[in-house]
Design a protein around this ligand. Sequence first.
Ligand SMILES: [Cu+2]
Length: 463
Amino acid sequence: MKRRDFVSLLSAAAGSSILWGCRKEQLGIQEAGIDMMSARGGGTIATRYPLKFPTTVTPSALTLESKLATSDLGGGMISNVWAYNGQFPGPLIRANKGDNVNIQLKNSLPEETITHWHGMIVDHHNDGQPMSSIIPGFTYNYSFTINQRAALNFYHPHPHMLTGKQVYLGQSGGFIINDAEEAALNLPSGPYELPLIIRDATLDGNNNLTYKPSSGGMIGKIPLVNGTRSPYLNVERSVYRFRVLNGANARIFGLVLSNNATMRLIGNDGGLLAASVDLNRIDMANGERTDILIDFRNYPNGTTIMLRDLRSGWDLLEFRINSITISGELPVTSSVITALTNPVTTRQFSFDGMSKINGREYDMERIDWSVPFGVTEKWIFKTSGNAPHPVHVHGASFQVVSRTGGRNQLFPWESGWKDTVLLEDRETVEVLVRFDAFKGVYLMHCHKLEHEDMGMMANFEVI
Ligand SMILES: [Cu+2]
């Protein structure tokens, strides 16, 4: 907590002598106490700032400029960032299945970059892989038709050895696809459907994001939601749909509500689940997405509820119920997920140390295996240590069929279609995958971005 915030907090808490005492000589003790409360989750006391939202854009004729900018992290705390179109996080792209995407990426960063559409099934040219990186001052044109089910996807840079730094400094955003199946469900929409990009960060003495990864990846000291520190969100007594992305480089979040209420999980990486499920905890590795309904109808006006991360103990986002009128419904959702079956080939991949898959580091020029087009395969992910490794596959969604060792179970947020699955120490995870959209070179890698940058990544070719 910065001194300025502490002072404003003191004036805000002036009437709360029971909590904080009023004797000025206690100030030093109080400051330490408040610091601890702030870090440990005394959320009703800390100064909080309005949750920011990115602007929504369509991808039909979009220019995305990767450039240096500044962003207000909340309360006038200005930080230098690397932002798409000057926004941190980047603009929220929204389109329908069947729409044409025409995006020009302009590189105004001081180093090479390329943007990848994590979760989107596109051909090699449009996938934004490291070999497609462009140098400063150049542009890259993406053009494709969206042909996949409704989902929240994640756009971010993918240049070799620079991904972690660029994502960390602010290069990330959401890409929502809508479709007719989803529209028929009448889910909360408009102001009741909101993106939450959750990540961590460490600020230097000038409040700038500072990138200092360790062997376990870049683990930041504070949470940010939509680029906002200590955020709050005014909500009505209604049902909200939150499109949640873990946009951290390396941190895993265990999401809970402070009153232990359930959240209705309706979707994940690849869209709607076969059936919605009520949960009071949802874990998300970096790169994973969840689609969550939260029902605020039964709380009196003025109630506050905190979205917390149980793994760190952090308060992430305070919901402030701010209406008397009750509206909305909490739908039970379902969707048709056709199970992949009868794999014809089994492949094993060991995620070794911090930089290798099956004993080899990434080589942009090397194709490590070939996959026949349109054939179901079983891929088995293991680790020899240094997990967690969130394993991400380009070019197709997969279905997770088992986890043995470690947590030794699958979780509801791992059903349906996935593109990222968490591999913790001692775990073996089996997935079924079929590449039936495009032939060409794609990537499989650890989505702990520092592992990816160190070489825990491989090219394969769909033939
Ligand atoms: Cu890893």
